[in-house]
Design a protein around this ligand. Structure first.
Ligand SMILES: Nc1ncnc2c1ncn2[C@@H]1O[C@H](COP(=O)(O)OP(=O)(O)OP(=O)(O)O)[C@@H](O)[C@H]1O
Ligand SMILES: [Mg+2]
Length: 372
């Protein structure tokens, strides 16, 4: 499907370029991407709150393009909760059931089942203004659950909560998904939320799908530079450089601050790039202190100065400077180097991510089915 706002006008912007996605029954699919990339627009199109410019949306095999929101049997949980302020928690949750003319006993049974699951029994008689942010959030989710929709749509439901509550609610939504076996589409700009919740993740940027994959594969086989740097924290560092002709072929950054011989699968993948510019991505776990226990596979050695240390608890991030280049390594926090010290690093070559300098697409990914 595709969405263009202000069609026909000169400034008509393409908000969503074209998404082809089949969400499986009971699946939790997360859309993630930076602000303005089109996530909310996608949800609103599925909910029927926004017309689609081209394409087709079907739910359980039924095309719903022309159905109004009510007839689609989807429930959307909005970022701002959108609770009725003058109604109690119970009445907020019962609202949709009343519209369906269900009996009072039926409504009470359904609301109390859901409020028990969500831990809202204590606050059923209160109004939204008398609730904490997390409780309001749970009411908004509860209101969706009592409707028992075919599809749940969540638009950044946790972004108003503090960090601890966000993690707790994230777990609750994951547990809810498993216990209901419900089909959910969840939008967030938080890549950690996406990685921990999603069965599959759709990474979007500028209205385009960048990659659709399971969290682990997204991390291990980013299809392009955007996905490589967007997923993962701290972010992958991407160094521009070129592959020398050899033998042996080397990778060398533009200023020569980092240079090492290529070996193993990386050498094979980069063979067609001899004499050409590339981008090479380093995740913090591809780098280790040389004095730490070695790893399998081919390695390269680097020497630099410790620029900064960030202690994370069990491990630490050390930023190492080599002339005009900085790389971050994730190391054991037991035995930290000093800031300003010279240290030796080992690079695990087969954990690096090469990208084409022109297209920014991953070079010869080891997995061929990672295409979106
Ligand atoms: N009603 C509208 N009319 C015109 N343009 C719109 C409209 N709604 C959204 N857009 C544009 O479409 C693009 C996608 O917007 P959307 O709200 O889907 O982004 P988003 O990914 O949800 O961002 P955020 O993370 O900030 O919520 C943006 O460039 C936005 O300015
Ligand atoms: Mg949005």
């Amino acid at each position: 499907m595709r969405k263009v706002f202000d069609e026909g006008e000169a400034d008509g912007a393409v908000a969503v370029q074209g998404i082809d996605l089949d969400v499986r029954d009971g699946e939790l699919v997360v859309f993630v991407g930076p602000s303005g990339c089109g996530k909310t627009t996608v949800l609103r199109m599925i909910a029927g709150l926004e017309t689609i410019t081209a394409g087709r949306i079907s739910i359980d095999g039924r095309v719903v393009n022309d159905l109004p929101p009510k007839a689609r049997d989807v429930a959307m949980v909005f970022q701002n909760y959108a609770l009725y302020p003058h109604l109690t928690v119970f009445e907020n949750m019962a609202f949709a059931l009343r519209l369906r003319n269900q009996s009072r006993a039926d409504i009470e049974a359904q609301v109390s089942r859901v409020s028990a699951t969500l831990g809202l029994d204590r606050v059923l008689r209160r109004k939204p203004a008398q609730l904490s942010g997390g409780e309001r959030q749970r009411v908004a989710i509860g209101r969706a659950i009592v409707r028992n929709p075919r599809v749940f749509l969540f638009d950044e439901p946790l972004s108003n909560l503090d960090a601890a509550l966000r993690i707790q609610m994230r777990r609750e939504i994951g547990a809810l998904h498993r216990s209901l076996g419900a089909t959910m589409i969840y939008v967030t700009h938080d890549q950690v939320e996406a990685m921990t919740l999603g069965d599959r993740i759709v990474v979007m940027a500028s209205g385009r799908v960048q990659q659709i994959d399971a969290p682990r594969d997204l991390y291990r086989y980013p299809r392009n530079r955007f996905v490589g740097t967007f997923i993962g924290s701290p972010a992958m560092t991407v160094l521009p450089g070129h592959v020398t002709i050899g033998p042996p072929p080397e990778f060398r950054t533009t200023s020569g601050a980092v240079a090492f011989s290529l070996a193993g699968t990386l050498a094979a993948r980069l063979a067609p790039y001899a004499g050409r510019a590339i981008l090479l991505g380093f995740r913090p776990e591809a780098l280790a202190l040389t004095r730490d226990p070695g790893r399998d596979g081919p390695v390269a050695a680097l020497r630099g100065t410790v620029e900064a240390l960030e202690l994370m608890g069990s491990d630490a991030l050390v930023t190492v400077r080599m002339a005009d280049v900085e790389l971050t390594a994730r190391i054991d926090a037991q035995d930290l180097p000093l800031v300003g010290a010279t240290i030796d690093l080992t690079v695990a070559l087969d954990r690096l991510h090469p990208f084409d300098a022109d297209t920014e697409e991953a070079i010869a990914p080891l997995r061929s089915d990672s295409r979106a």
